[in-house]
Design a protein around this ligand. Structure first.
Ligand SMILES: Nc1nc(=O)c2c([nH]1)NC[C@@H]1CN(c3ccc(C(=O)N[C@@H](CCC(=O)O)C(=O)O)cc3)C=[N+]21
Length: 281
């Protein structure tokens, strides 16, 4: 029996309805949630993503500002803009789209964002809060992956979860969130000699590598849940994930598509963090 599709667009719609209701309640009290999105440079993929983020804000009744700067914007000028937004009472979340031009230090920029407005969950403090199990903003992509897994109704306690990839934005926080949900967690990466040895043990696989066909059907245990974080292009230029979808869907119990899986949920969790920030501030 082929896998059940985990529909990130449908789940996003449901969650965005709840977010819109919370936003309306805040707006009625004179505190409409506000997100500032900063884009430096002309990376075409980034242009699409930030446009989607700003549109999503409108859909749930948030105030949003999109600030676009030329690629030669100085680091000092960017830090000054962030300081302004930190002090702006109409702004509850600040997102600086990554990657930044090479002359700007992303760590310096991330740490300049007020912790109370770090809706990306990228700061050292947010990472520490996740690590220690304290309340705080969780990075949007792994947070969205957890919601997608939850939506299957499968309890993670005692399950073996294998994460492929160890980035600070996805792989590492993903491992911690799965651990918090009482899974046994393995994190694989580019130096893992034989990925399949690990993934074949997995009840849940999260693929976050950025290379197509990283996970193929022979590497998946029958009945596993497969979450595909990848965003790649195939030979025809079509968007595709890290998972060989056609093959793996015949083996897995549940699988996310690309597009329409993790991507929309990343934006939804950004909205969730922003409404949360507005409620807290
Ligand atoms: N500070 C920062 N925060 C981020 O959260 C951040 C970032 N920088 N830099 C780039 C990555 C990438 N990212 C995506 C979000 C949504 C989709 C998305 O909605 N994808 C759609 C398809 C969109 C399309 O058609 O191209 C989907 O998967 O269905 C994709 C990618 C957020 N990122």
């Amino acid at each position: 029996m082929p896998a059940q599709l985990i529909d990130g667009i449908a789940l996003s719609q449901k969650l965005r309805g709840e977010i819109a209701a919370r936003a309306a309640a805040l707006t009625a009290k004179g505190k409409q949630p506000g997100l500032a999105v900063i884009l430096v440079g002309e990376d075409p993929a980034s242009q699409v993503y930030v446009r989607n983020k700003v549109k999503a804000c409108g859909d749930v009744g948030f105030h949003s500002v999109l600030e676009k700067y030329e690629a030669d914007l100085s680091e000092a000028a960017l830090l000054a803009r962030i300081a302004k937004l930190n002090a702006d009472p109409a702004i509850h979340g600040i997102l600086v789209q990554m990657p930044l031009p090479k002359h700007i230090n992303p760590h310096k920029v991330i740490e300049a964002i007020s912790t109370t407005k770090d809706v990306d969950g990228y700061s050292v403090l947010s990472a520490g809060e996740l690590m220690t199990g304290l309340e705080g903003f969780r990075p949007c992509t792994p947070y969205g992956c957890m919601k997608l897994i939850e939506s299957t109704g499968v309890d993670l306690r005692g399950k073996h979860a294998v994460v492929i990839g160890r980035s600070n934005t996805v792989g590492k926080p993903m491992g911690l969130l799965l651990l918090q949900a009482n899974a046994t967690v393995t994190i694989c990466h580019s130096a893992t000699p034989d990925l399949g040895v690990h993934t074949r043990q997995a009840d849940v696989v999260v693929a976050a590598v950025g290379r197509r066909n990283t996970l193929t059907a022979d590497m998946v245990k029958p009945g596993a849940i497969v979450i595909d974080v990848g965003m790649n292009r195939d030979d025809a230029g079509k968007l595709c994930g890290d998972v060989d979808f056609a093959g793996v869907k015949e083996v897995a119990s549940h699988i996310t598509p690309v597009p329409g899986g993790v991507g929309p949920m990343t934006i939804t969790m950004l909205l969730m963090n922003t409404v949360e920030a507005a409620e807290r501030l």
